[in-house]
Design a protein around this ligand. Structure first.
Ligand SMILES: [Zn+2]
Length: 342
């Protein structure tokens, strides 16, 4: 396949996005719709390998938070992010965000605004919400957030499907918050944990012992990537699907596209999906992430189609929804066989 056909394929392929933070997914267009100042729009994006720093990336969220300071702005941001994913043929999206309050907006109103944005656009595609606990917050705050998450879950059981641990990995610890994830799991929420974004084999071990439904990033698990043999062995046993975010890891300085830790998942045939993480901050799209996978990981169109198919299985959708999505993907393949011939 030539490069043009490869790009056409990556765009047209029905895609599954499992790891997208609402406030990191605001494109420059959305920031302008929200009335963001031009210098903030420029400052928000760090799509350059010269800015290889995880800390800097977390500072970008301040700009997004300023832009989504009220319920209406949160609603508009949510609708537009969904619309942009839909325009590049993402057929299933799991958005994630941490409950937050601002002057004039309670955490509950914030979550309600996101849910409203999802409800008002869900005809275009299937959208679910994962609510996050931020490891930088105090245990008390995380506890309050969990109470809110469980309340919202019982109010919107078709939309709120999961809980996530996110935030700057140099702060806090999974172990301190583990009991909250156990509580969430008991209440029927699926779990995904940002794991191994920095070298921390002890915490990775604790996360694996919890056996979450999915892992985010998992950069430093394999011994070739400053992880440890025991944890890698454990992951191989458990086969927990990993949410891979190529550009995010490259731009924050974890690895290069050519030498990305997902190579180990490919070698050992472990489950993973391709995702954007923060498509606004990293100036990417899911289409672009698939193009990078073709270019740098040498994955074929059949292999990328299979990644989409497997991601449906990793998703937090129910079995009926999964069957619907799978049939959509099969139909698309049957109608586009020219992409799959050499
Ligand atoms: Zn993330």
């Amino acid at each position: 396949m030539d490069v043009v056909s490869e790009n056409n394929f990556c765009f047209a392929l029905p895609k599954i996005e499992l790891h997208a933070h609402l406030n990191g997914s605001l494109s420059d267009k959305i920031l302008r719709i929200l009335g963001c100042r031009e210098e903030d729009v420029q400052d928000y994006q760090c799509a350059s390998v010269d800015q290889r720093n995880l800390d800097d990336t977390f500072k970008k969220f301040g700009i997004a938070h300023k832009a989504t300071y009220c319920p209406e702005a949160v609603y508009i941001a949510t609708k537009n992010v969904i619309e942009e994913f839909s325009q590049e043929n993402v057929i299933y999206l799991e958005l994630r965000t941490t409950p937050r309050y601002e002057v004039g907006m309670s955490s509950e109103t914030y979550v309600e605004s996101v849910v409203r944005g999802i409800q008002d656009t869900k005809n275009h595609m299937m959208v679910k919400l994962i609510l996050s606990l931020n490891r930088q917050h105090s245990i008390e705050k995380c506890q309050n957030h969990l109470d809110l998450i469980l309340k919202m879950r019982s109010k919107y059981p078709d939309i709120i499907q999961g809980i996530d641990l996110s935030g700057n990995p140099i702060h806090g610890s999974f172990n301190e918050l583990k009991y909250l994830f156990e509580k969430a799991r008991k209440a029927g929420l699926s779990t995904t944990i940002h794991c191994g974004e920095i070298e921390n084999s002890e915490e990775i071990k604790e996360v694996l012992a919890f056996k979450p439904d999915r892992l985010g990033h998992a950069c430093y698990i394999h011994p070739n990537y400053n992880g440890c043999e025991k944890n890698w062995y454990q992951l191989k046993e458990l086969k927990i699907p990993t949410e891979i975010c190529l550009s995010s890891n490259v731009i924050t300085g974890t690895c290069d596209y050519e030498n990305h830790h997902v190579q180990e998942w490919i070698k050992d045939d472990l489950p993973f999906s391709l995702n954007t993480d923060d498509k606004g901050v990293f100036k990417t799209s899911l289409t672009q992430e698939f193009q990078y996978a073709m270019k740098f990981l040498n994955l074929s169109s059949s292999e990328l189609w299979r990644i989409s198919m497997n991601a449906i299985e990793h998703s937090f959708a129910n079995s009926e929804e999964k069957s619907f999505l799978k049939s959509k993907l099969v139909d698309w393949k049957n109608k586009n066989l020219h992409f799959f011939t050499k």
